[in-house]
Design a protein around this ligand. Structure first.
Ligand code: CP3
Length: 382
């Protein structure tokens, strides 16, 4: 694969985020303390988010660069986390190429129709995914605005705060597309996979191309790491995952694997490094090894598998991210504190650990509790 060197202004090339706790952890190095951020750290748990969102629909907020940037920054300022995660959604690239989708509050992505058979897939895949690039101006602008402010946001680590870009993995997007909306078991997608493997492959390849471009846009614009969310992959057997899903996820990631930056290593020698990539899904205990195997640096673990056991499953040398049960955020402080310390202790089984939740922040979470968790991780994870 030919290499593309990120621009000298990119925070990784400019030496602003490459030595941050987060980026160091993603390449397997430990820092002065354990880095921490939370999935869904931006959103309804924050009163400043709820105020800003009044009267604006979710996808309109994602496509307003000033608003998306402000929402991304809110939890970084408030909690002093070690990363911002770009405020957007996994269905934004679909919206940008003209797919009929909206996000219903309390429900999630809902499509004008389902794409559960060959005819539906043919209609969807008739749209050229390359059209996304021209439509991505609001994404690039939102990322640029965000990193400009993150460059001067030091959470106590002595470096700029990195921005994580993200995208939905092809299976998780297909789980919504096939059904036409959220579902519990993603049956329509799992049926299509076996009923019409050719249509399934076409759907996965199209989705990989689209979501991969979305991720690449964020990294080129200034994100210092990339996370691929295969949230619903836990609905699959290992063999279905390996045969019908993993190749498409690898294709999506190929859109960022060629992006590199030039820097110096600890001894001062010039080195070229790749942009770090994280892969996460819910209920994926059986798939952790295979999810690492598609070619990622760090594996995100949900709360069902303790990190020391996850470390044994993914193999030596793989940094882990996770995995406090979000339910514990509503427990009394001594209970929560013990759970945080337990996650930190188990995380020592990995070469490096990025503290996170096992899934997203529940909307009803008291945000002062999240700030306290960040303080505890920074103090106890040193
Ligand atoms: O802070 C962050 O983590 C960044 C923002 C982010 C959002 N969606 C914003 C959002 C990220 C990383 C996502 C990814 C996403 N979207 C995933 C993968 C991560 C995961 O949670 O497993 C999935 C499965 C989706 C699809 C989706 N979008 C769901 C299930 C929902 C929730 C529906 C609801 O209202 O509970 C959404 C909407 C959504 N995406 C919200 C936010 C902040 C809530 C919208 C609101 O505030 O009205």
């Amino acid at each position: 694969m030919s290499r593309v060197i990120l621009s000298p202004q990119h925070p990784l090339s400019a030496g602003l985020t490459g030595e941050s706790r987060l980026v160091r952890a993603y390449r397997g190095e430990r820092s002065d303390t354990t880095p921490v951020w939370f999935m869904r750290q931006a959103g309804r748990s924050l009163p400043e988010y709820r105020d800003l969102r009044v009267g604006t629909r979710m996808l309109d907020a994602c496509l307003d660069p000033a608003m998306a940037s402000e929402i991304t920054l809110q939890p970084v300022r408030r909690h002093r986390v070690d990363a911002g995660i770009f405020f957007s959604d996994i269905v934004v690239p679909l919206k940008l190429v003209g797919v009929d989708v909206e996000i219903q509050p309390g429900r999630g992505p809902v499509f004008g129709r389902g794409y559960a058979d060959a005819a539906g897939v043919a209609e969807l895949t008739a749209v050229d995914p390359a059209r996304l690039d021209a439509a991505s101006v609001p994404i690039t602008e939102a990322v640029q605005r965000t990193i400009a402010e993150l460059e001067t946001t030091d959470n106590g680590s002595g470096t700029a705060t990195p921005l994580i870009g993200f995208a939905g993995a092809p299976f998780t997007l297909a789980a919504y597309l096939a059904e036409g909306g959220p579902s519990k078991d993603h049956l329509a997608a799992r049926t299509l996979m076996h009923a019409d493997p050719g249509a399934w492959r076409a759907l996965m390849e199209w989705t990989a191309e689209l979501t991969g471009r979305f991720l690449r846009t964020q990294v080129l614009a200034g994100a210092s790491a990339a996370q691929l969310f295969d949230s619903w992959a836990g609905a699959l057997s290992l063999s279905d995952y390996e045969t019908h899903v993993a190749p498409a996820s690898a294709k999506a990631l190929a859109h960022v694997h060629d992006l590199e930056y030039e820097t110096t290593d600890a001894s001062g020698a010039a080195v070229t490094r790749a942009v770090p990539v994280v892969h996460f899904g819910v209920g994926t205990g059986e798939l952790l090894g295979a999810m690492h195997g598609i070619g990622v640096d760090t594996v995100g673990v949900d709360y069902r598998v303790p990190l020391d056991i996850a470390a044994a499953r993914v193999g030596a040398g793989v940094p882990l991210q996770g995995n406090l049960d979000p339910a514990l955020l509503g427990a009394p402080w001594p209970v929560l504190q013990a759970a945080v310390r337990d996650v930190l202790a188990r995380g020592e089984a990995a070469p490096a650990h990025v503290f996170n939740l096992g899934h997203g922040v529940p909307p009803e979470t008291d945000p002062t509790v999240l700030t306290r968790v960040v303080e505890l991780v920074h103090e106890a994870g040193a």
